[in-house]
Design a protein. Structure first.
Length: 75
């Protein structure tokens, strides 16, 4: 439970930064930030479940690719 709370706090810290772009509403920023934080964790978890044979960065890049359109307007 503490770990989920830590990820939630990270999402809350990222939310205002995503909202600064002006292209996302406050709700969209909150959802996108949490998707990013929890998605990053899911990629790390998959790396572990697969035995850690590939670089972690490979899993993070692959896993977060699905979220790339969310932050594309922020570039």
């Amino acid at each position: 439970m503490a770990f989920c709370a830590t990820l939630d706090r990270a999402g809350r810290r990222i939310t205002p930064l995503m909202a600064l772009s002006g292209s996302l509403t406050e709700t969209q920023s909150r959802v996108a930030a949490n998707a990013l934080v929890f998605g990053y964790f899911a990629a790390l978890e998959q790396w572990y479940l697969d035995g850690g044979t590939q670089p972690i960065a490979t899993y993070v890049e692959d896993g977060l690719a699905a979220l790339r359109p969310i932050w594309a307007p922020l570039d």
